[in-house]
Design a protein around this ligand. Structure first.
Ligand SMILES: [Zn+2]
Length: 305
């Protein structure tokens, strides 16, 4: 069961983008030609959360043998023509490649707006989804806001939402996206580039260039690492580069943006303010809530009744 079984949130992105109601011929894929098929037990035993597949609407159009370069010979048998499903198949190949390189944590690999379950839904999260739809739909408009700063306690759904944003961008635009936890994937990796024994020794500039240029980036868990001058400088440079390049960036943090006041001479705060819309997701931890619900049922110990 999901919040959005009929793809209406995906449709909202396409409608917002178009500026008028988008009425797709295929409801299953919203005419993207591609669907995400979830595995039943994501994350179990090394299995992926799911895979991108060709939508049935494209299967029905197919006249080739389903192999690259997706051509078929016409009735005369002399002329090769591109299969009507070819554009969707080319897109699918690229999408699978980008999906593999996105570094979205396994737990959130199959997360879309439609994956937010009703038990996770609360007002702040739904308002943040609405903001996210605007953000995605306008991500290639030069004058639009390109940043979202989501903050709230652990378990409020901000990482889920930020990964859903990446997945929606992937399937709608087929553009490179990246997930990075600030301490592990950004600062930790950059630190390793100073270590001659590391396999990424000397690759600091390359890593920074990639983070600074990927069309959509999630920087998760901002705020726990700001004790050193070096970390603050790295962060500032990255935010500044993305701001200058006018690229979409989602930040998640446990703390409001204001907590950056006084850090690094206020430079991080002022850049964040310039590029982001700030959005609180305040709610009791839903995992705690589920735990409390179970306890309140007073089930007693496991075992036969
Ligand atoms: Zn379809």
């Amino acid at each position: 069961m999901s919040l959005d079984p009929d793809n209406s949130l995906l449709n909202s992105i396409l409608t917002t983008r178009l500026g008028k109601p988008f009425q797709p011929q295929c409801k299953a894929c919203q005419d993207l030609g591609i669907v995400f098929e979830s595995n039943l037990n994501p994350g179990q035993g090394g299995r992926d959360a799911g895979t991108y597949e060709l939508c049935g609407c494209q299967e029905r159009l197919t006249r080739c043998d389903g192999q690259a370069p997706w051509m078929y010979s016409d009735r005369s048998g002399r002329t090769m023509r591109a299969c009507p499903s070819r554009p969707a198949r080319v897109k699918l190949e690229r999408l699978r490649h980008l999906y593999k390189r996105s570094d979205i944590p396994r737990r959130y690999q199959g997360s879309f707006f439609s994956s937010i379950r009703p038990d996770q839904v609360h007002t702040d999260l739904m308002l943040a989804v609405e903001q996210s739809i605007e953000l995605i739909a306008h991500m290639d408009h030069p004058d639009s806001v390109k940043g979202l700063y989501l903050y709230g306690p652990t378990g409020c759904g901000k990482t889920l939402l930020s990964c859903a944003i990446l997945n929606e961008i992937l399937r709608v635009f087929v553009l490179p996206v990246k997930y990075a936890k600030i301490s592990r994937d950004i600062l930790g990796r950059l630190q390793s580039t100073f270590n001659p024994n590391s396999d990424i020794y000397g690759a600091g500039k390359k890593i920074e260039a990639e983070l600074g240029s990927v069309p959509a980036l999630v920087i998760d868990d901002l705020g726990v690492q700001r004790e050193t001058e070096w970390a603050n400088q790295v962060l500032y440079d990255l935010i500044d580069t993305r701001y200058e390049n006018d690229l979409l960036t989602v930040f998640t943090s446990n703390e409001p943006m204001e907590s950056w006041r006084g850090i690094a001479g206020g430079r991080v705060l002022s850049r964040l303010r310039e590029m982001c819309r700030e959005f609180p997701i305040q709610m009791p931890d839903y995992r705690e809530q589920i735990h409390a619900d179970i306890q309140s049922r007073n089930l007693g110990p496991w075992g036969p009744a």
